[in-house]
Design a protein around this ligand. Sequence first.
Ligand code: M6R
Length: 599
Amino acid sequence: MCGIVGYLGEKKATDVILAGLEKLEYRGYDSCGIFFHVEKTNDFITYKDKGRISHLINDFNYKFDNHLGIGHTRWATHGKPNRENSHPHFSFSTRFAIVHNGVIENYRELTAKYIPDVEFASETDTEVIVNLIEHFATELSIEEAIRKTLSLIEGSYALLIVDKQNSNAMYAAKNKSPLLIGIAPNGITLASDVMALVEHAETYIPIEDKTFVSVFASDDKFEYAMVDIIGVPVIPKPLKMDIVLEDIGKGGYSHYMLKEICEQPSVVRKIMDKYLVNGNTVIPDAIVKLFQNTNRIYIVAAGTSMHAGYVGKYYFEHVSMIPTEVFIASEFAYNQPLIVDNPLFVFISQSGETADLRACLLRVKELGHKTITITNVPTSTLAREADHFLEIFAGPEIAVASTKAYVGQVTILALLAYIVAKRKPFDLHLELSKVAIAMDAVIDNREYIDNLVKDKLTKRNCFYIGRGLDYYTCLEAALKLKEISYIQTEGFAAGELKHGTIALIEDGIPVIAIISQAHIANNTRANIREVMARGAEVIVIALTAVSDLTDDIVLMDVNEMLTPLVTVIPTQLIAYYSALHLGKDIDKPRNLAKSVTVE
Ligand code: M6R
């Protein structure tokens, strides 16, 4: 987690960095800091504190000409969010400043071995890096000192380093944590996400692991050089900057989450445009063959993406007839199941940067298995490192709570399962078009959901219940509600509730039931009666074909397989409006970050 931005160029560095940090705040937002060079006095200034980037922008003075700087927005791993632990951190003489995203696993050992006498100013693991650099720089060149440090540290890092003795240079390095360099004739920007580069770069390069980058200014030119850890030049091909600025704004909505919920019908339509051309699928043959030839699919994912994975399992098993298992990434990495011959590993990740998945991907590659990543970020680490990747085309998802990426993932999984199936059970193009219309209907009517939840979701607890595909939607719905409203919510298989958890049902406890599958509708209704008999306040979400007159949210009918794409929409709106009524910070819920780049 954490986001970093650095700039060396003709623009005012603090403007570039602060605007960039605002865009990266989704990566962590418990504290922040900036460090920059003041032209006039040839001094360096540091501002850092607990709190959000708005505090850094509004409460400090930037009335100085400055063209070099680095900044950081933090999600605490080592040490509390406070001023001391905020980045930048400094070497023992304060000559070197550093901002770091990642975790250094062997920082204690390195401290004891190389710099036992250095007193650290914070509780962070980061300080060891910058102190080692200064320690080695007494005998080596700066570049050699940094590369030597990189060869010793174990763990994940995206680093930006400034040497106070040279205000015309900045250094960077990366391993496991994302880092990109944005290139323009008037300056070089480095950042954790391409979003922070959009306005300042004509081209950009996602930096590969264990690469060291120097950026320097000379004769009004801004240049960079990349080498690997032993100093061998790396010559990557810059990519054209093709992200549109409007895509990363709120577009008139009060929150990113609401904007992203409302964009979901267009995500489905965009995926159809990209992958279903004139009724034919245009997913590369090599990918289709991987699915056709495997004995078992292993889906590895986390959080919302894992819930999409469950729906995918249903599709692969019911439509394509391929046995499929879904694994929590953080469990799979260290508690590996017995793997059949000829497996196919599918990694699902909005960000393409989730560290838990990366650890699995590396392990699976070591074992020589075939891999594919389904992601929203084609330049991400998981996209680059898997054998193949498929893009979700959901557009930048900024709210921490994932919505449109989930819908994109489920749509792609439906598409894949359908393409691979020997017998096509329906016309996917037609059915997905109906899905987009049914989604539009719920979104257009969102005020109704706003009023419905106003007085209902006020208790400490809440339950979602459903069966089959609806159960998977319940898992996702519960995650969404708890994540942004802090109401403790569980998604339950409706039939399982009576095996223990029903003990928690008492007067007024909200239970939200989802019913979209005709063959199990009556069973779920029986479970609804059980919780009502114990005092639960029930909200029923049902498709028209299986609805009752008293149901609270009735959705347009769509193909039974595709119902998760529609039933999830009211649950996202329930989460959104509940959090809104409770006055929560919807786009940046506490303790969280959008991209989870630590294991
Ligand atoms: O970027 P990823 O899809 O790999 O992220 C996985 C989870 O961290 C993510 O889905 C998380 O659960 C969301 N914040 C849920 O809304």
